[in-house]
Write a protein that binds this ligand. Structure first.
Ligand SMILES: [Fe+2]
Ligand SMILES: [Fe+2]
Length: 359
């Protein structure tokens, strides 16, 4: 019973997140502002971008692919990872709504996962996801977002009521919470944010904003040994950046915070959940390499409304390695170092311990 209570508490926590409807609301906002359409694009605009949902025979597993590479002359949507803002092009998210309009799936897609599909060729591996159909779901509508070509919708698919997917209950148990970009995606995500900065936010090019442009959006790093923390805005003061989740489109939050080292390598990234939080923060661990001296870090934050910002560079202080206790040498415990079986060693250590105890 206790386990059931814990599980239902956990699912209540997951269900309480507004992350998925907020992401969907922001993609809808981008569709209107950047692609001049108040609805998602459909197959009439081209099959290459359309998500197609199919069910397994038993109706329990759904697969969504993007494009029509399985048709004569068709192509899957290309997946081109790149650190170059002028080249990066991929299906960034695949999403699903149920029969009631609830967002039940939001998957960030790693553009590196489809190596044969970089050059618009048919064949190859289509951008895709697979998931278990939640109980209570009777209809699903697939969506996808392309970083260059906007939000697209595919055909709604009915979940057969003859399957035992629906046997337990009519209430859906679908939960959709925050999911993180895989580290392989980070370079492409950063390149795409630079691309958006140039296209929509900074008329002077892809230069990111800094605290000179305002502290409210600036990410500040603080360090404590091997622990790092980022706060967007003036911690304990004003201004700080808001975190506004919404199911109906009025969304404004810091979507990502990430850390870049002196070589330009991204060492940490987090997509933030704006549900029930008032501050944009992120914690990260510093590797032993970073704390051995010579490392500098800076943070980036991306606001869905106000673009890409970078904070001041911080120098990571070298952390002294903890002193290692001198080991007891075989000679000290009277052991012949030429013959060191494990039994000998254990015996020697026990003898040494007994000798110490007698002192
Ligand atoms: Fe595209
Ligand atoms: Fe903002």
């Amino acid at each position: 019973m206790k386990l059931l209570a814990v599980l239902s508490a956990l699912s209540a926590v997951a269900a309480a997140s507004d992350f998925c409807p907020t992401i969907f609301a922001d993609l809808t906002r981008r569709q209107l502002e950047h692609f001049d359409s108040d609805v998602p694009f459909t197959i009439g605009m081209g099959a290459k971008h359309v998500p197609v949902l199919t069910l397994s025979e038993d109706g329990k597993t759904a697969t969504i692919v993007v494009g029509n590479g399985d048709e004569e002359g068709g192509v899957w949507h290309p997946m081109k990872p790149s650190g170059d803002p002028d080249k990066v092009h991929w299906v960034t998210h695949i999403l699903v709504k149920d029969q009631d309009g609830n967002v039940i799936v939001v998957d960030p897609i790693d553009p590196n996962g489809f190596p044969d599909n970089k050059d618009y060729v048919a064949g190859g591996i289509p951008p895709q996801i697979q998931f278990d159909v939640p109980s209570g779901v009777t209809e699903m509508t697939p969506y996808e977002f392309c970083n260059l070509h906007g939000l697209w919708v595919g055909e709604t698919v009915a979940v057969p009521s003859t399957t035992d997917v629906l046997a337990e209950t009519r209430a859906t148990d679908a939960t959709c919470g925050p999911k993180q970009w895989t580290s392989g995606s980070w370079e492409s995500v950063h390149a795409d944010l630079l691309r958006q900065q140039a296209a929509h936010y900074n008329p002077n090019g892809d230069a990111v904003f800094t605290e000179v442009d305002g502290k409210k959006h600036t990410p500040y790093i603080t360090l404590d040994g091997a622990k790092g923390r980022v706060f967007v805005g003036v911690e304990g003061g004003s201004p700080i950046h808001p975190m506004i989740a919404s199911k109906d489109g009025n969304v404004h939050w810091v979507t990502e915070i990430y850390i870049v080292d002196q070589d330009g390598t991204i060492v940490a990234m987090e997509s933030l959940d704006p549900t029930d939080v008032s501050e944009a923060t992120m914690e990260f661990d510093l590797s032993a390499d970073m704390t051995s001296g010579g490392t500098t870090l800076k943070a980036y934050s991306y606001c869905n409304i106000h673009g890409l910002w970078e904070g001041p560079v911080v120098e990571v202080p070298a952390v002294e390695a903890p002193a290692v206790e001198d080991e007891v040498s075989p000679a000290e415990v009277g052991l012949n170092s030429a013959s060191t079986s494990s039994g000998d060693l254990i015996g020697a250590v026990l003898s040494a311990a007994a000798a110490v105890a007698m002192l």
